[in-house]
Design a protein around this ligand. Sequence first.
Ligand SMILES: Nc1ncnc2c1ncn2[C@@H]1O[C@H](COP(=O)(O)OP(=O)(O)OP(=O)(O)O)[C@@H](O)[C@H]1O
Ligand SMILES: [Mg+2]
Length: 329
Amino acid sequence: MSENPSVRAVAEQFFASESIESAVLNNGRAVVTINSEENSSEVVEDLKKQLLKIPDVRKANVVFTSSRQNASDNHWQIRGVKKIIAVASGKGGVGKSTTAVNIALALSRLNYTVALFDADIYGPSVPTMLGYEDMELTSYDGKTFEPFEIQNIQTMSIGTLIGRDTPLIWRAPKACGALQQLLADVNWHNVDVMVIDMPPGTGDIQITLSQQVRLNGAVIVSTPQDIALIDAVKGVNMFKAVSVPILGIVENMSYHICKNCGHKEHIFGNNGAYDTAQKMDIDFLGGIPLELAIRFHADNGTPIVVDEPDSDSAKAYMAISQKIADKLF
Ligand SMILES: Nc1ncnc2c1ncn2[C@@H]1O[C@H](COP(=O)(O)OP(=O)(O)OP(=O)(O)O)[C@@H](O)[C@H]1O
Ligand SMILES: [Mg+2]
């Protein structure tokens, strides 16, 4: 049996490349061996279907080498937090943090008690977007921290530990250890829903974090370009693989409205995320326009949902958040 690039490429759409031990083709039979703690039958079936589309493949097998079939016992609950959702994207820079911050604020406006946790060890940006980057951490007992209370939400960022200008390349175990420690060391107060701004990508850190924390759902953010959508599909498959329900896809920078004539222009293409959602049988939660005010408010610590609540963009975030709330509660 020999490694087969086509088999591997298909497997990589479903699992992180590090976890694929082998992807071989022999006499028309594709066999993919995966070292992962968790597997969901849905993903395995999807993967098999895709493998069977490769010319020369007549049979497909997916084998898990991990001894533990289901790591759900391993999940831990965060004290003071009822529900947890992740905002994620396969690709970086698609507006994940902007979306996470505005969704968190929108959920708060819908009268839920909300926490926003910034888990982006590569580039924590929530402190800037909520204007708490220069605030001191408070601890009453010298062991645990109080969350920052900004705009009626509780928030904490991995950036408060590592500093804003020190991007860190951590190996997964260390990064996850630090995130887990910080999540546990904050005194979250009666939180209905915690929104986690995930690091970009679908690597070990994302997978491990999703396995450790009991996630009630994932929101995938993508821009309409094909290149971002390919990564969004990977993101969806990653969460499916660890049995996290997909709440849906948000299309960011969906369209631009000309300030002068009001014309709606689909700069990055039309309906991309909607079509992808349909194909993957997941919900399309809505589109957010590409708008200067969104960036301006995010950069200045006053997200558009609170600063211009009557704007169309704020309304779009509210509508998306209502859909999320309806799925969670
Ligand atoms: N809908 C939008 N309209 C205009 N600007 C936007 C919009 N969404 C995001 N931006 C801007 O695009 C940039 C990237 O957004 P953001 O930081 O939210 O992306 P990200 O996916 O979290 O990036 P990273 O992968 O680096 O964490 C920011 O400057 C942000 O203000
Ligand atoms: Mg970000």
